[in-house]
Design a protein around this ligand. Structure first.
Ligand SMILES: [Zn+2]
Length: 444
């Protein structure tokens, strides 16, 4: 690269953003909130000017340019996935941006309600990369090692570097891409052994399957991995423990979505996450819409501060999370103690309350050596338990699995066990093991 080194224009922009973000992290929270308020005010003005949907909605809560943006935010109704589906054109501000600069983002979520939003491509990309870089810096990633990326969106392949942003600023190791659907865990593990990466990017459930596989079948030949960089699902204590035990690996939890990009990244010092407060305002609210206190799980609403192409204000992303205490690491951005995952992973317990349905896979694996499993609770009521197992289940195993499923999900309803060759997860990154559906199971 030679000295002195001249960065590409885009790299220089990302570096500059990175420096601004590094400063922002350290200033007192009150100052951060003042900066957020300015961005929020600008977003409301823009939205009222260019989006008929927002013009009406902001007027409904009495918004004017002189309004306090925080009190407006507290009064606005939540923006829902059906809103995005039904009012796409009225929400869009793409006509006010230069032609051909808006890109679509598609999100399926886990609810079967696909949405699409517009993003302003050039600015979104730069901000996205700058926040990625913060994550790499926070966690002191050794970019000279190989990165291994599992995704449903890639074909198998290899790149000689990590790609942007890291490769813009120095020499990096290579990246191996591995298509993660329609594929057995054993085969994926074999690919890891071939490449011996330092880092693995994967969704939490896939990371966990790989760690469990390594613990069960590869104990004699241990791979060492620095870290799993997880997105997409709940990072559990069990996942951290199994990755540590199987690979000596730590887990770095990262919370993102297609609609807004980076929402929160795990603290460099602790297991909780910091909200990426220069990118989003995160609210956590209870069923009555009131802010949750620390430790109280509630719905996550996000306001994407730079969503000019399609303003997302108080967007209900369908996740449940809880706040944590302020952090001592020097980063003053709000702390999310725990992301509980999709509301759909909560089941109604016998006492009538909502209860998280954590799947303790070990308890099922103790009964039968399953490779994959999926539970769907239908309104019949019926709990369908799909599983993949190398050998046919015995009657005793079926009875024990039925009893375990009933106990774990607190349901008295019939359980139907469906042993199959593979589970049809479809084209999704999110392998949600348990889901309570709003529909009956119809045979055939
Ligand atoms: Zn921290």
């Amino acid at each position: 690269m030679g000295f002195p080194h001249i960065l590409l224009p885009q790299a220089a922009q990302v570096w500059h953003l990175n420096q601004q973000l590094a400063q922002f992290e350290q200033i007192p929270e009150a100052k951060q909130r003042a900066i957020q308020a300015e961005s929020l005010q600008a977003l409301c003005e823009w939205a009222a000017l260019h989006s008929p949907f927002w013009r009406t909605r902001l007027a409904s809560v009495g918004w004017t340019k002189a309004s306090d943006p925080w009190s407006i935010l507290a009064q606005l109704p939540h923006l829902t996935r059906p809103d995005l589906q039904e009012h796409f054109d009225a929400l869009s501000c793409s006509a006010a941006l230069p032609p051909d600069t808006c890109i679509f983002a598609h999100s399926t979520g886990s609810t079967g309600r696909p949405v699409r939003v517009y993003k302003h491509g050039p600015s979104y990309e730069l901000r996205y990369l700058a926040h990625s870089l913060r994550g790499s810096v926070w966690h002191r990633l050794d970019v000279s090692k190989t990165a291994f990326k599992f995704s449903v969106r890639v074909q198998d392949g290899m790149r000689q570097s990590w790609g942007p942003p890291e490769a813009w600023f120095g020499k990096t190791g290579s990246t191996v891409f591995c298509r993660s659907i329609e594929r057995d865990v054993a085969e994926m593990y074999l690919r890891l052994k071939q490449h011996r990466p330092g880092y693995i990017m994967a969704d939490a459930s896939l990371a966990h399957e790989i760690a469990r596989y390594a613990l069960a079948f590869a104990a004699a030949d241990k791979l060492r991995i620095d870290a799993f960089l997880c997105t997409g699902e709940t990072v559990t204590e069990e996942l951290r423990r199994d990755c540590q035990e199987a690979f000596g690996a730590r887990v770095v939890n990262r919370y993102t979505n297609e609609e807004a990009g980076w929402l929160a990244i795990q603290c460099p010092r602790h297991e909780h996450l910091h909200v990426m407060a220069a990118n989003v305002i995160v609210e956590i609210v209870d069923d009555a819409g009131q802010p949750c206190r620390i430790g109280q799980p509630g719905r996550v609403l996000i306001t994407a501060l730079h969503s000019e192409a399609m303003p997302l204000i108080r967007y209900d992303v369908g996740d449940v999370a809880e706040w944590g205490e302020a952090c001592d690491c020097g980063i003053n951005m709000p702390v999310i103690r725990r992301i509980w995952g999709r509301q759909i992973e909560f089941v109604r317990s016998r006492s009538g309350g909502m209860r998280y349905a954590p799947l303790v896979a070990e308890e099922f694996l103790a009964i039968a050596p399953m490779r994959d499993m999926r539970f769907r609770l239908y309104t019949n009521p019926l709990l369908r338990f799909e599983l993949v197992c190398a050998m046919p289940l015995t009657d005793e195993q079926r009875a024990a699995l039925t009893a375990k499923a009933r106990q774990m999900f607190e349901c008295d309803c019939p359980v139907e066990i469906d042993q199959r060759d593979a589970i049809a997860w479809g084209q999704t990154n999110k392998r949600i093991t348990f889901m309570a559906l709003d529909e009956p199971w119809l045979e055939g």
